[in-house]
Design a protein around this ligand. Structure first.
Ligand code: ADE
Length: 251
């Protein structure tokens, strides 16, 4: 495919560590797509918005406690300046998603990833240290997003994860969309097991049905396996799926 004149999607990352990007996103398919201009990446160094000669961005927390907190004035200046800057094609990014990565945020889902892929630009605000001043989050109206119930040392790896999940959807759009249809979460189920050659390996055989060439039977087997794995491993997903199925059959 010929390179588009402007990226289909742009990630803007506000960070104290711009050298962490593109990182792993510069490799493999996402790296190739970045070079080909299918998606764009802009980093903004939050420290450039510091107000003193020491370029300080953080301070001790009021009320005491360990670590340092990012100052509201510096962070908000960085966010507002970034949101004001238009995209290379002149589009304003004002109404587009602006995410603050935090373990306190709403948990990311594949459905949210699909929505983010539809925006022309998504801004990622990466905090460091013990967090950021709450007033900066309130006044800039950022959406707090978590990638899981564990704590990372900063938002950068979380931003990388989210960008990766969006970029692979874009690649599905410009490449072969069928590859995205049957994967985990697309129907609220985890993915069925896959097999390739050799047919027998360490006394383990590939399930017979996959060698049958019988497409309906293969499809039914895969669905049954996806249901079994989801029920065993993710009761939360399973109960949503099972209630959706019941609703479908009652109609
Ligand atoms: N920053 C630190 N931990 C995080 C998490 N679990 N998700 C998103 N951002 C984070």
């Amino acid at each position: 495919m010929a390179a588009p004149s402007f990226p289909l999607w742009t990630a803007r990352v506000l960070t104290l560590f711009p050298d962490m990007f593109p990182g792993s996103l510069g490799q493999s398919l996402s790296g190739k797509a970045l070079k080909n201009g299918i998606w764009g990446l802009e980093t903004v160094d939050i420290r450039d918005f510091a107000r003193d000669k020491h370029r300080s961005v953080d301070d001790a927390p009021f009320g005491g406690g360990a670590g340092l907190v990012m100052r509201p004035d510096v962070l908000t200046d960085a966010i507002e300046a970034t949101v004001r800057r238009s995209l290379p094609d002149g589009t304003q990014v004002g109404d587009m998603p602006c995410l603050y990565l935090s373990p306190r945020g709403r948990l990311l889902t594949q459905a949210r990833v699909r929505e983010l892929a539809k925006a022309q630009c998504v801004t990622f605000v990466c905090g460091r240290y013990e967090g950021v001043d709450e007033r900066a989050l309130e006044s800039s109206g950022v959406e707090e997003v978590s990638i899981g119930d564990y704590v990372l040392s900063g938002g950068e790896p979380a931003a990388t994860v989210i960008i990766d999940s969006v970029v692979r959807l874009l690649l599905g759009v410009v490449g072969d969309p069928a590859t995205l249809d049957e994967e985990s979460f697309e129907e609220g189920l985890l993915e069925y097991p896959q097999y390739t050659r050799p047919r027998e390996w360490r006394d383990r055989e590939v399930p017979e049905v996959l060698l049958s060439g019988h497409h309906d039977r293969i499809k039914a087997w895969r669905r049954q396996q996806a249901e079994r794995i989801t029920e065993q491993r993710r009761p939360d997903l399973w109960s949503d799926y099972a209630s959706g199925k019941n609703k479908g059959s009652a109609d």
